[in-house]
Design a protein. Sequence first.
Lengths: 358, 358
Amino acid sequence: MPRARKPSLMDVAREAGVSIATVSRALSQPDLLRADTLERVRAVASRLGYRPDRAARALASGRSNTIGVVIPTLNSPIFADSLQEMQRTLSDAGYQLLVASHEYDPAAEFAAVDRLLAHGIDGLVLVGGTRPDATWQLVVSSGVPVVQMWCGHPDYACVGVDNRRAGRLVASHLLSLGHQRIAVITGPLRHNDRQRERLQGIKQALGEAGLALSAGCHTEQPLSVPGGRLGCSILLELADRPTAIIGTVDVIAIGAIVECRARGLPVPQQMSVAGIDNIELSAHVAPSLTTVDIPSMKIGSEAAHRVLALTTGTASRDHVLLPIELVERYSTARPSSPSGDADRRNRADDGRTDRSKH
Amino acid sequence: MPRARKPSLMDVAREAGVSIATVSRALSQPDLLRADTLERVRAVASRLGYRPDRAARALASGRSNTIGVVIPTLNSPIFADSLQEMQRTLSDAGYQLLVASHEYDPAAEFAAVDRLLAHGIDGLVLVGGTRPDATWQLVVSSGVPVVQMWCGHPDYACVGVDNRRAGRLVASHLLSLGHQRIAVITGPLRHNDRQRERLQGIKQALGEAGLALSAGCHTEQPLSVPGGRLGCSILLELADRPTAIIGTVDVIAIGAIVECRARGLPVPQQMSVAGIDNIELSAHVAPSLTTVDIPSMKIGSEAAHRVLALTTGTASRDHVLLPIELVERYSTARPSSPSGDADRRNRADDGRTDRSKH
DNA sequence: TTGTACGCGTTATCAT
DNA sequence: ATGATAACGCGTACAA
C-alpha cells in the first residue's frame, strides 16, 4: 500500500475540515488559531505524516532556510572545526548548510558562489576578503547578506581574528627569547590574505626590534605537513642558518618539527619552531608546539549567528575580532643555550595538555 | 539603478519576443529549438543576467539538484577527505552538497536525515549501516535513493571497504612479527559499525593464530589523539604488558605513540604501534605509523557517483568494496629485539614518504 | 518549431 | 478566527 504522493496542505485541510490557509497558519503562526482547531489540525497533520515542502515554501516566501558557505578546503583542521560549529548552530536554528570548496582557486570560488546564489540561499559565508571584483559584484547584486570569516574586506561583515597581531605574537615571543635569525614558512600568499597578514605581523615585530626578514629567510610552501618539511629543509640549507622558524599555520610548523627531527636536529635546543592556529594535534606532537590560539570553532558559531542576524532584521556590518593568545609550549627556547636545562623539554607535552583548548 | 527583482523567464521571453516555454526549453532542451531562436534567447538571457530560480525549478520538476550527506563529524581527517571529494564530484555534475553532522548521536542523525529529506534532496549519503529502524523507515518511505559509505547494511547500496579485513591485516602483520601480547584501543563501539568490524577482524586474526584478546587488552576511547594517549596509558599499566598496540583508527594510534614517547618508552623497540586509515599525518609522525590504507577520498568520489547514478536511471544496490592494503612503516618491529638494528628506526619517516598516498 | 495553459505546494493579502 | 485566492517561477503536456 504505497502512498502515491506525499501529503500536502490540501490533504490535511480536507481531512481536518478546514481550509489550507488554516493549516498553513497552524505551522507558521499558531497563535492566530483557536486552540481546538490548532489541536485538530496538528493531529491530522501528524497522522498523515505531513511534511512541508521546502521548495514550495521557498518559492512562495522567497526564503529557503538555507545558508551557503564557501571555504578553501574541507580537509583542513581549522576550517573543519569552524564548519562543524556553523553546522551545529545553523541546524539548531532550523537552517541547512550548503557547502562548497574551491581549493584556493578564485575562479572555482566564483563558480561556487554563483551556484550557491542561484540556489536561493538566505545568507552566505566566505573565508577572507580578497577576491576578484566580479565575485563581490555577484554577491552584492544578489542582495544576499554576507559574512566573512577569519579576516575580511572592511565593507562587509566579518567574524575573525587579528591575523597581523597573531604574527606579531609569535615573532615577539621568539625575539624575547633572544632569537635574532628568525625564518618564516608561509603558505602560498597569493589569494590568501590570512597568510599575508600573518607574515606582515611577523615583519612588523621584527622591524620594531630593528631586524628585517631577509629574502632567503622566507619561503612559500603548500599548507601541509610535507610543505612544512620541504620549507624547513630549504631554510636549513641557508649559509646563515636561522635559530628559529615560524610556520604561519600549525600544520606547516609541525612539518618543520618533523623535518628537524628527521635530520637529528633537536627542537628546541638547536632550533625553535612556532606556529599559528593551535590545532588539536599541536599539543601532542613532540615537542609540543608553541603557537597562537585561534578560536576556529568560535569563529564558526559566531559567523553562523551573524548571518542569521543579517537575514532577519538588519544587523551591522561591523568586524568582530575574537581574542587570540600565545600558547607557550615546548618547541621554543632560548637560542643555542649551552645550559642543560632544556633536555627535559624534548618530549611530548608531559601533562601540560590542560593548556590546550581541546 | 537597482533592479527591483531578479529577471525571470517572463522577462527574457518578452525581451526576446518568444514565449516563456521557449526560453525554458532553451535551457533544458536546447535541441528542440531552431538554432537562431536559441541563439537569440541565450543572448537576451545573458544580457539580462538571467539565473533560473532553483526553488521554482524544484517545485515544478520535483528535483532539487541537491544531494544530502550525513556524517558523524566534520572535523575528522577521513570524513573531511571524502567530503572534499564528494563536493568536487557533485559540483562537477551541477549538484549542490547539503551537509549535516551528528557526532555519533543516533537521535541527531535521525533529525538530520529528517531535515535533509524535508528539504527535497535528490539523494542521500550516509556513513555506516547501523541506525535505528525509524531512521531507515524515514529514508525508505521518502523514496530518495541512498548510498552508504565505509560500510553498510546489505539492503542498501554501499561504497566502502572491508573493515574486518582491515583489522585482520594489522593484526596479522603484528603476529607475523612475532608478537603474542597484542592490545587494542578502539573508538566507542556503540553506534559505530566500522569500529566493531575492525575489532572483529583483529579478534579473528588472533583467533586463527590460537590467541585470544583478553578482556583487559581492549579499551574503548574517544576518537582523538588524547583518547589514544589515555587508552595507551591504561594498557601500559597492565600486569602482563602488551608488546604491541593496535589503534583501530590512526588518530588513536598516533595518540598511543605520543603517550609511549612521553613515558620514555621507545617505539617500536619496546612497543609496536599500528593503526588503520592512513591519514596524511601518519607518514610524518615519529616514528612513522604502520597502518592500513583506506582510500577515503576515493570513497567520497565513488559514493557521489553512485548517488547520482541512482537518481537518474536505476543503478544497483550492490556493495562496492574498494581495495585496502597494509602500509608498513617504522612504528612496528619484532618484539623486544635485543639486536641494535632497530634504533635507526626511531625517527620520522626518513625519505620513505613515497609510500604515502598524499 | 513554438505557444498556451495548467499544476507544483506554499505564503500572503484580502475578505468575511 | 477562518476562508478564498492570487502570486511565486518554472516544467510540460497539449495544441497549433
